[in-house]
Write a protein that binds this ligand. Structure first.
Ligand code: 9D3
Length: 245
């Protein structure tokens, strides 16, 4: 996978790419990350990338020329998707991440300021993505989120392909609780079943905990989750009773 990041803050990506999984993915040649400074594509003495909004109002708008020149200067490396990171975009989900992982090249355009000239978006963006309903300072951290989420789906990046398949969101459930040594920590003991060595019992317990935890914390996820009839019935009993009016 080739990532091209289009931004005015290229250095924001230094440390995320220099640690852990992303660093190893770069070293192993699983991903290439190229950063492009929009300011390098300005033609005026002040290297300005923003201007005041037509129609008035607060804040500044990203000018179309440098951005479009920057994106159009990029080489095409196979099946490509050019994505604008913006609060106006569709909210990123694991389904979208899987879809993005099927491209050869992702161009991640990081917005700044109040917004970007609409004509530039129309010319050089295939898709607009947000990472959720909260306000950030710009699209750089969202672009890192996309790189992180997509990279770990690339075969050979995690080393253990099972962990990609069995994890949260893939089967529509949150994960069961995890424990490691010591057996007793601040008076709290590890659940006995996990020390029992009975693998079938352990799997049953983990499944029950995952279902219950999803029910309590993320009831919205249950509609799509892979639950047995028996599991659905047992949750029915956990719900508060309906009372007559
Ligand atoms: C007052 C209107 N604001 C829109 C909600 C203006 C505005 C705020 C923050 C415009 C841009 C930004 C910077 N954020 C992003 O560029 C961004 C973002 C985000 O703030 N939250 C979640 N996902 C994303 S992707 C890009």
């Amino acid at each position: 996978m080739r990532f091209d990041i289009v931004t005015i803050f290229t250095r924001m990506f230094d440390s995320p790419l220099a640690e852990s999984i992303l660093k190893r993915a770069v070293e192993a040649g699983k991903i290439e990350v190229h950063r492009h400074d929009i300011r390098d594509h300005t033609t005026d003495a002040h290297r300005s990338v923003d201007d005041t909004p037509y129609g008035g109002g607060a804040g500044m708008v990203m000018r179309p020329e440098p951005l479009v020149r920057c994106v159009e200067s990029l080489p095409e490396a196979g099946k490509r998707c050019r994505i604008l990171m913006t609060p106006q975009g569709e909210t990123l989900t694991q389904d979208i991440v899987r879809e993005l992982a099927s491209f050869n090249q992702l161009v991640l355009i990081c917005g700044r300021y109040e917004g970007i000239d609409e004509r530039a978006i129309k010319l050089v963006c295939d898709r607009e993505l947000s990472i959720g309903d909260y306000v950030l300072a710009g699209g750089e951290i969202p672009a890192m989120v996309v790189i992180d989420a997509v990279t770990r789906l690339i075969p050979g990046v995690l080393g253990n392909e099972d962990s990609v398949r069995s994890e949260s969101f893939e089967d529509g459930l949150l994960e069961y609780p995890h424990y490691t040594r010591p057996e007793v920590f601040r008076d709290e003991k590890v659940p006995d079943v996990l020390l029992s060595g009975h693998h079938a019992e352990i799997a049953k317990w983990r499944r029950k905990e995952a279902v219950l935890r999803t029910f309590k914390r993320r009831p919205d996820m249950l509609k799509a989750a892979d639950l047995t009839e028996e599991e659905r019935r047992s949750l029915e009993l956990t719900k508060p009773m309906k009372t007559a009016k």
